[in-house]
Design a protein around this ligand. Structure first.
Ligand code: UDP
Length: 475
């Protein structure tokens, strides 16, 4: 009987890509396993967090994986039409898999009838499936697509909940939280979704953390040398003081190979070919990062005044963010003309992995999404952290204080980053002693990342251990 591992990503682009990469590496290390990836249909999703450009690039990617890796198959679950249109994005992120539980149950049963289902690996948003799998006695693992550092905070949430008698958002600004494996962190830097006890999403987070602690294992896209403290805190059981912690498998860095092919090379790569080595700062803010017109204006002025070479991904402000931006209207008068010798603006979506690994790029202004951070580390690029949503503020604290691979931008009270602030940070990154220190640190991390992926490196050891745990399990 065929041995199958079932993967269940949440629909966000970063989540699907990371899970597909996990599947690809699993079959590379263990060719005897087949991988089935269950896809949740986002068509009727009320608050589709993934924008159209990200969704179409994800669909292309799945088609190419389908064509090139026969042992990976995608199974689309039937679409769900009744996700309430009023649910906040994060809530519907948990709700969609919950509504899909009957379809999931059926899919898992069908797979079990014809194959040996060795393991079920789920995204944390797909937590509702934990109970479905438990009822079918299928060993379940969580694949956490963010950092080990945010996983510590996540696992520690039930403990924090018991220790404190109020929501994090109601603590004074100067209260510092001591979470095992993390530097002391101001409550205000914790993910918003963990900050308000009265919300549904907080309840989902709490339940998910509790289930994770009961699962068969935690798979995290990180590597030991990058996040040693956080990984040790988890494996030493410090984040779940009330009970056992499942094994943690640090299988990273998994970098998406979702690159454009040579024939369709994006014009920004041709432009990069003409720039001096390590001279360009790249600005990109994930699959969902959006700015107001005012903020875009400030960025443009900051780049203009910095005198640095730059490559910048620009999207329309909401609600027209899926429409191609009109750069002449959006950016300050004369900006494109003034900077045409040293700047390149890409509309909506850029081939980020290729850009970051291009020799002309020397720095990265990032929203601190974990995939972006790993991609930059893998290319040895120092960063300026400008977090926008989810756990990115926490990630930035770790990047700046603990890993020392990034500088931070200062936002004003209303969240705006001024032109002067951006100019200062970009100069600092590209041309200062502080920038140099960060560059050296991240360069050492790049070497460690490469070593983690070599035969006998921490990632291959983690993959071997993971597969070992499946060899003995049957259901
Ligand atoms: N990305 C890209 N082009 C863009 C913006 C983003 O290829 O213009 C990719 C980026 O390389 C990364 C992913 O989208 O792999 C974003 O994931 P991340 O975890 O950094 O952020 P999220 O989108 O989940 O907030």
């Amino acid at each position: 009987m065929e041995e199958v591992i079932v993967l269940y990503p949440s629909p966000g682009r970063g989540h699907i890509l990371a899970m597909v990469e996990l599947g690809k590496v699993l079959v590379k290390h263990h060719p005897s396993f087949s991988i089935t990836i269950l896809i949740l249909d986002t068509q009727n999703r009320a608050n589709a967090s993934t924008s159209q450009y990200a969704a179409s690039s994800t669909a292309q990617y799945m088609a190419s994986v389908n064509a090139t890796t026969p042992s990976i198959t995608f199974h689309h679950l039937p679409p769900i039409s009744d996700v309430p249109s009023t649910s906040p994005a994060y809530e519907s992120g948990f709700l969609l898999p919950r509504l899909n539980n009957p379809n999931l149950h059926q899919a898992l049963q069908t797979i079990s009838q014809t194959s040996k289902l060795k393991a079920f690996i789920i995204d944390f948003f797909c937590d509702a499936s934990f109970e479905v799998a438990a009822n079918l006695s299928i060993p379940t693992y969580y694949f956490f697509t963010s950092s080990a550092s945010s996983l510590t905070a996540f696992l520690y949430l039930p403990t924090l909940h018991k220790k404190l008698d109020k929501s994090l958002k109601d603590l004074n600004d100067d209260v510092l939280l001591d979470i095992p494996g993390l530097p002391s962190i101001p409550a205000s830097e914790m993910p918003k979704n963990m900050s308000d006890r009265s919300t549904k999403v907080y309840e989902y987070f709490l339940n998910t953390a509790t289930h994770m602690a009961k699962s068969n294992g935690l798979i995290v896209n990180s590597f030991d040398l990058l996040e040693r403290k956080a990984i040790e805190a988890i494996s030493d059981g410090l984040c779940v003081p009330d009970g056992p912690t499942p094994p943690i498998f640090s299988i990273g860095p998994l970098i998406s190979s979702n690159n454009q092919d040579g024939e369709n090379q994006h014009e920004c790569l041709n432009w990069l070919n003409l720039q001096p080595s390590q001279s360009v700062v790249f600005l990109s803010f994930g699959s969902m990062g959006l700015f107001s017109a005012k903020q875009l204006h400030e960025i443009a002025v900051g780049l203009d005044n910095s005198g640095q070479r730059f490559l910048w991904v620009v999207r329309n402000p909401p609600p027209n963010n899926n429409e191609e931006p009109n750069l002449d209207e959006l950016l300050p008068n004369g900006f494109l003309e003034r900077t045409k010798e040293r700047g390149f603006v890409v509309k909506q979506w850029a081939p980020q992995v290729e850009i970051l690994s291009h020799g002309s790029v020397g720095g990265f202004v990032t929203h601190c999404g974990w995939n972006s951070v790993l991609e930059a580390v893998f290319s040895g690029l120092p960063m300026v952290g400008w977090p926008l949503y989810a756990e990115q503020r926490l990630t930035r604290v770790v990047m700046v204080k603990e890993l020392k691979v990034a500088l931070a931008v200062n936002e004003s009270e209303d969240g705006l980053v001024s032109a002067a602030e951006l100019e200062k940070r970009v100069r600092e990154l590209m041309d200062s002693e502080a920038g140099k220190e960060v560059r050296e640190k991240v360069s050492a991390m790049r070497d460690a990342a490469v070593a983690a992926l070599e035969d006998g490196g921490s990632a291959s050891v983690a993959f071997a251990k993971l597969a070992e745990s499946w060899v003995t399990t049957t259901c």
